[in-house]
Ligand binder design. Structure first.
Ligand code: SF4
Length: 179
């Protein structure tokens, strides 16, 4: 399968409903199409400063495990992205209310969800054999469309998912104005 380098967005995110609206995005990049996707929760300070994903310590650990693991995947073999594209930080809203870090993370991941699902569909071409690996509870919640999932409860488990169905749900919710 011929792969091409891609750096950018496959669809515009719903930044207008996100507490991180206006912040610099760390755009996804990698080779597509791909059948293996890793999904982190969001960029860290190093990634945000450099404008590149997975270049901080956690990212280096991830690449190390990917390349030196039993399967010896190269960077070309996996797509790596984040559930939210902007660095989360506590936020004071126009109303005066203050969102703590966890609330900002949760809201930004949900705001960025349509973009993530569209990106995963584009990268995997909706292939039923694609493998999507959440790295973090909020990534799992975003992919599965369910709140309060505990990633450690699903460690090593294979959960079935039809990305086309997830996309239809996302679009239905959007049209119904629930997002
Ligand atoms: S996290 Fe996503 S939805 Fe929120 S501002 Fe950044 S790109 Fe937009």
């Amino acid at each position: 399968m011929a792969k091409t380098w891609f750096h950018g967005l496959t669809i515009a995110p719903d930044c207008h409903v996100c507490p991180l609206h206006g912040q610099d995005k760390v755009l996804p990049c990698g080779y597509m199409p791909n059948r293996i996707c890793f999904v982190g929760e969001g960029p860290g300070a190093t990634e945000s400063r450099e404008g590149k994903g997975f270049v901080g310590m956690s990212g280096q650990d991830l690449w190390n495990m990917t390349e030196n693991g039993p399967e010896h995947y190269s960077r070309e073999d996996v797509w790596v992205t984040n559930a939210a594209l902007c660095l989360p930080k506590p936020k004071k809203l126009q109303s005066g209310a203050r969102l703590d870090l966890l609330e900002v993370k949760r809201k930004s991941v949900w705001a960025c969800r349509r973009r993530l699902i569209h990106e995963l569909l584009t990268v995997t071409q909706g292939h039923s054999g694609a493998v999507i690996v959440p790295i973090g509870g909020m990534s799992l919640e975003s992919i599965m469309g369910q709140a309060n999932m505990k990633i450690m409860s699903h460690r090593g488990a294979v959960l079935e998912l039809d990305l086309w169905e997830v996309w239809d749900d996302v679009e239905r919710e959007r049209k119904a104005g629930r997002r």
